[in-house]
Design a protein around this ligand. Structure first.
Ligand code: SAH
Length: 347
């Protein structure tokens, strides 16, 4: 079976024409799917067309099977994909809008030491339509529609490395920002990468000026390798020039994520090196308190030290903040909820 949400408006037009229908049916279908409806619920097309579509396409490729609501209002979802795989997503309500954090892969093969998503390795890539369907489903669940959206911002910071699924992620970004659908502006979208330099360079040519966020986590190449195996492939200097290139092409300031791990990357040397590397660059440093994952034993720094770390960076001339904690009581870290769900099933 295929996924109808994988088709953009042009592709849907070709499909309906090939089925002997008028081209405007494509717009009806695209809008209905974007509103989070199943194929079987698209009542403005004929029964016959629905039946034909249902022979080839999955009625509901992404189904929310579990919702957890945190004390701070953050909601976390488990989505079941049509083949039974599970991915997670988070919905955070902010003053400026509501953000969905979504997964781009089932599992991940990047192997970052602190991250729960990568523990079981990569299972498979999500398709563009599956990613889009998670946003449509959450928008619908939140009471939104196409004219009044419940989801206004999207961050690709859930499980998976977006640039390890480059083509589908780029297609997703075009789907989610399409004027005829949810119409979420690239400016309201952030993509987080562990630093796949060739894809960062390629992405700057896509005319998708999203906020580019890079997981740095250590300013020294040799130490970064201990946390992030991808650091064996690309040097920090290469990442920085790819970021500069992104700024030159898009005019978008970039962001570095820096997850503080106690005794590992919270040292004075790290602060000094970060200032040396980043001062004068059009960037912001987002300092994250580690969400402890039982499998790896790494420890978070306490709040006081996280704020002290940021104060030192600011004193050194950088723009830096501590990221708000969201949903820590509901397995908020990437991949934690999926893992506990899978473990629960196998017990
Ligand atoms: N693969 C992408 C996006 C995934 S996760 C990337 O590496 O950027 C989004 C951010 O959460 C990354 O900065 C990642 O390093 C961080 N992260 C992963 N696990 C975490 C944890 N347990 N605690 C805090 N941050 C974590």
């Amino acid at each position: 079976m295929k996924i109808l949400q994988d088709l953009n408006l042009e592709e849907l037009k070709s499909l309906v024409i090939s089925l002997g229908e008028k081209p405007f049916r494509a717009g009806q279908i695209f809008r209905a799917l974007s509103s989070g409806r199943k194929i079987s619920e698209i009542t403005d097309i004929s029964n016959d067309l629905r039946a034909v579509l249902l022979k080839t396409y999955v009625d509901e490729p992404v189904k929310i099977i579990k919702t957890l609501i945190s004390k701070d209002g953050t909601e976390k979802y488990l989505f079941r994909l049509f083949d039974g795989n599970i991915v997670e997503g988070v919905f955070m309500k902010n003053k400026y809008g509501n953000t969905e954090c979504l997964s781009t892969l089932v599992g991940c093969r990047m192997g970052c030491k602190f991250c729960a998503s990568t523990i079981g390795g990569l299972v498979r890539n999500l398709t563009a339509g599956e990613m889009y369907a998670t946003v449509c489903a959450v928008n619908k669940l939140g009471g939104g529609n196409l004219s009044k959206r419940a989801v206004t911002n999207v961050v690709l910071m859930g499980s998976g490395e977006p640039f390890d699924n480059y083509d589908e992620v780029v297609k997703f970004l075009r789907l989610v920002s399409c004027k005829d659908g949810l119409n979420i502006s690239p400016r309201n979208i952030s993509l987080s990468t562990c630093g796949l330099v060739p894809e960062m360079l390629k992405f700057s040519e896509e005319n998708l000026p999203v906020n580019l966020t890079v997981s740095l986590h250590n300013p020294f190449d040799n130490k970064r390798k201990e946390l992030m195996p991808i650091a064996n492939a690309y040097k920090i200097s290469e990442i920085l020039s790819a970021c500069d290139n992104y700024f030159n092409k898009t005019g978008r300031r970039f962001i570095f994520e820096y997850t503080l791990v106690k005794g590992v990357n919270d040292t004075v040397d790290c602060i000094k090196e970060l200032i040396k590397l980043l001062k004068g660059r059009p960037c912001h440093v987002n300092v994250i308190r580690l969400n402890e994952v039982k499998e790896n034993g790494l420890k978070s720094v306490d709040d006081k030290n996280a704020y002290r770390f940021v104060a030192e960076l600011t004193k050194g001339g950088l723009s830096a903040t501590v990221r708000r904690l969201n949903g820590a009581d509901i397995d908020g870290a990437c991949g934690q909820l999926r893992r506990s769900h899978i473990e629960g099933e196998s017990v």
